[in-house]
Design a protein around this ligand. Structure first.
Ligand code: SF4
Ligand code: SF4
Length: 172
């Protein structure tokens, strides 16, 4: 089917931002009055956050978690797959190797501000170390604070995304 082109004409007269602002305020006021006069609970229109919260979608992917061994070491083996596949280029890994030839992350950081929460780091990790989490309340006052280092990633206590089943890590 051939694509149609529609030419939009500029309005002849100047538009008024005052009118649009007043219309918006009138709409807000109507909602305010309707809540009061009908006696309906404000929760119908307003979620009383943070006391009330929406249930997260099972597909939600939020703040990352780094899994750790019982002795406190991160499960990451510094394979380099997640920083390679990350489309936002927000994972920084500096790999190291001990005397036994075991690889581990000397530096592992995720910039949660830059991350687009695609979940590909979780998908690609061969040892189920890094996960996107069932969490979103991670506001900060500076961009630097959104860079989560290894310690901070391991200290996250919220659950992993429901897309990942710890009892069936390979999804079989
Ligand atoms: S969720 Fe996606 S964008 Fe975020 S760190 Fe992982 S791979 Fe990168
Ligand atoms: S994919 Fe997993 S093991 Fe590899 S660097 Fe990332 S977190 Fe570490």
């Amino acid at each position: 089917m051939a694509a149609k082109t529609r030419v939009m004409k500029r309005p002849e007269r100047k538009s008024s931002y005052v009118r649009a602002t007043l219309q918006g305020m009138a709409l807000t006021f109507r909602h305010l009055v309707s809540t009061v006069t009908t006696g309906e609970a404000a929760t119908i229109k307003t979620m009383q956050y943070p006391e009330e919260k929406w249930a997260l979608s099972p597909r939600w992917r939020g703040t990352h978690i780094m899994e750790q061994h019982e002795d406190g070491r991160p499960k990451c083996v510094a394979c380099g797959l997640c920083p390679t596949i990350c489309p936002a280029n927000c994972i920084r890994l500096v790999p190291g190797e001990d005397d036994m030839g075991n690889r581990y992350p000397i530096v592992y950081e995720i910039d949660e501000f830059r991350c687009i929460f695609c979940g590909m780091c979780q998908e690609v990790c061969p040892v189920e170390a890094i996960h996107v989490g069932n969490h979103y309340e991670n506001g900060e006052y500076s961009r630097d604070n959104f860079v989560y280092d290894l310690d901070r990633l391991m200290k996250q206590t919220h659950p992993s995304t429901l897309l990942w089943d710890p009892s069936d890590p390979a999804g079989e």
